[in-house]
Design a protein around this ligand. Structure first.
Ligand SMILES: Cc1cc2nc3c(=O)[nH]c(=O)nc-3n(C[C@H](O)[C@H](O)[C@H](O)COP(=O)(O)O)c2cc1C
Length: 208
């Protein structure tokens, strides 16, 4: 049931991509729906007033929890926020997250240190939660939603402000706020392919 929804969500995106996004995809000669979805995702910061159903919110959360995590610790906690006052609080917590004020949904991705690894490996929670965040961004894109990752951790004042808004306990650390809604516009994805950022087999070797 869930898989069918995900697949149909991807199909929606595939059938909608008749704009410039296609250039990016055809450049790579790619016809794989998942790769196409990855290449056409872009940050969306303006939303219509349409609300997001509880089923769709659960699907986004399931996508987040499907992410890989070190030793499969799943050291995360997600706070789905639809309350207007809370959304305004999240907007105030980050000067670059003003779009949250007018969004129907934000998902705050948090690390749960009580579930994290011990010692220096504790910091894997940041990578684990980042993987969950990207999964949610891609799921949102596949479902015809628009979303943007807004940064919280490691900025202490933002962490404190988000903790305050959401009444987070000591061990729950907000990594980021994903602001989500039905897109008001559809920004073109950026082409970020830079061959100079790649080496093959050894640093500085530019081809196979
Ligand atoms: C760690 C991190 C923090 C970010 N913080 C913000 C933010 O506070 N506000 C915002 O509008 N976008 C934020 N972004 C989104 C980036 O600006 C965006 O991903 C980047 O410009 C590339 O554009 P694209 O997502 O459309 O490919 C953040 C992205 C990351 C990964």
């Amino acid at each position: 049931m869930i898989m069918a929804t995900i697949i149909s969500g991807t199909a929606i995106q595939t059938s909608c991509s008749t704009n410039d996004n296609n250039a990016l995809v055809s450049d790579t000669n790619n016809d794989n729906a998942i790769v196409e979805s990855i290449l056409t995702r872009t940050s969306v910061r303006a939303y219509t007033e349409q609300t997001i159903s509880a089923d769709t919110i659960e699907l986004l959360l399931r996508a987040g929890m499907a992410a890989p995590s070190a030793v499969n610790k799943q050291p995360w906690h997600f706070v789905a926020v639809t309350d207007k006052d809370k959304l305004a609080g999240l907007a105030a917590a980050n000067p670059n997250a003003k779009m949250a004020e007018k969004a129907p949904l934000a998902i705050v991705v948090c690390g749960d240190l009580s579930k994290a690894l011990e010692g220096v490996a504790q910091e894997y929670w940041i990578q684990d939660c980042s993987a969950a965040t990207e999964n949610i961004l891609l799921a949102a894109h596949g479902l015809g939603l628009g979303a943007v990752w807004t940064g919280t951790y490691p900025k202490e004042e933002r962490v404190a402000a988000v903790k305050d808004v959401l009444k987070l306990p000591e061990t729950i650390i907000p990594l980021c706020t994903i602001v989500i809604g039905y897109p008001e516009d559809q920004p073109n994805p950026k082409d970020k392919w830079k061959p100079e950022n790649v080496s093959y087999n050894e640093f500085g070797i530019s081809s196979l």
